[in-house]
Design a protein around this ligand. Structure first.
Ligand code: CA
Ligand code: CA
Ligand code: CA
Ligand code: CA
Length: 307
């Protein structure tokens, strides 16, 4: 959902306080603006993210786990920085750092990555809501579900140039017409891991993902037949993060964590995704002072549900 260029800070605050009239799951998280996209190198290092206001860093405690009430940081911990840029760059940016006691990167087939240590990201750029499940073409046109995993294998059709991310679909056969969105220049992603030789079963790992990507209001078989999302001040987009930790071989997942205000069905229904509000450079303090405390204290009681 885009709002008018005259949209004022007061309106933005009202939006945050009262919620949007459509497709609003319950909470709005801030999306700070990248001051100078030219200074960001997509390499998995965050030495070019110094500008990011620390109070907007999303932390493990801002997420709830579907499996248990609290997650020990020694078991699984992470931080996320999420940002946007206006045209001509016109992208969304993510830097995340994850630490884990046991790395599980068992499956070469990306369609099985949901059983590995990975990140699922769902996007509904035009904030339309509706199904994005990926069984039907129209669902992928409406919104997309992406995965990122460290130590990406070679030789996988769905991982162009052995990239760390791919677009997930439940279709058979796979709709290859859409895979172009994971190619440069529309999607750039890189990762780093410590220790460098880490592989399946390595203990006490730390790894990162860094990406910048276009968003698509309507996805088609090519850029020409798609409608690229145009970011602007006070834009509201749907983004769902799902952080996945598995520590044992096979399909037993240990943690499945969603940003508060999200919902386990955000991976199929865009109405269930949290909102992200594009904050222009210079307004971070205004938003932080008046609204951030409310957002950070948002509690939908899912964490109280118990194991
Ligand atoms: Ca970087
Ligand atoms: Ca773990
Ligand atoms: Ca949509
Ligand atoms: Ca793990």
């Amino acid at each position: 959902m885009r709002v008018s260029k005259q949209f004022c800070v007061g309106c933005a605050l009202g939006l945050l306080l009262h919620g949007t009239s459509m497709a609003h799951e319950g909470v709005t998280w801030p999306l700070p603006q990248v001051p100078d996209p030219a200074l960001i190198t997509i390499d998995g290092n965050d030495d070019d993210w110094d500008w990011f206001d620390p109070q907007f860093v999303l932390q493990q405690g801002d997420f709830f786990d579907r499996e248990m009430f609290a997650v020990d940081a020694a078991d699984y911990d992470f931080t996320l920085k999420v940002a946007w840029s206006p045209p001509p760059d016109n992208c969304w940016y993510v830097f995340m750092r994850i630490s884990d006691d046991t790395l599980k990167v068992e499956y070469d087939d990306p369609l099985k990555w949901w059983q590995d240590d990975s990140v699922q990201i769902t996007v509904d750029a035009d904030h339309s809501g509706g199904s994005i499940y990926g069984f039907e073409r129209e669902e992928l046109v409406n919104g997309q579900r992406l995965y990122a995993r460290a130590v990406p294998p070679a030789g996988q059709l769905l991982l162009p140039n052995r990239r760390a991310g791919f677009m997930d679909q439940h279709t058979d056969p796979y709709m290859m017409e859409f895979v172009w969105i994971m190619e440069q220049p529309y999607y750039e992603i890189d990762w780093q891991i410590q220790p460098e030789e880490a592989g399946n079963g390595t203990t006490n790992v730390s790894y990162t993902f860094e990406w910048k990507a276009a968003m698509w209001d309507t996805l088609g078989a090519s850029p020409k037949t798609s409608v690229r999302h145009v970011f602007e001040d006070w834009d509201v987009v749907h983004i769902g993060f799902r952080m996945l930790d598995a520590d044992r071989p096979g399909g037993g997942r240990k943690h499945s964590m969603y940003l508060r205000g999200g919902h386990p069905h955000q991976d199929r229904n865009a109405d269930r995704m949290p909102d992200f509000l594009a904050i222009p450079v210079g307004y971070e303090k205004t938003i932080a002072d008046s609204i951030w405390s409310r957002t950070i204290n948002y509690d939908d009681r899912r964490r109280d549900a118990g194991p």
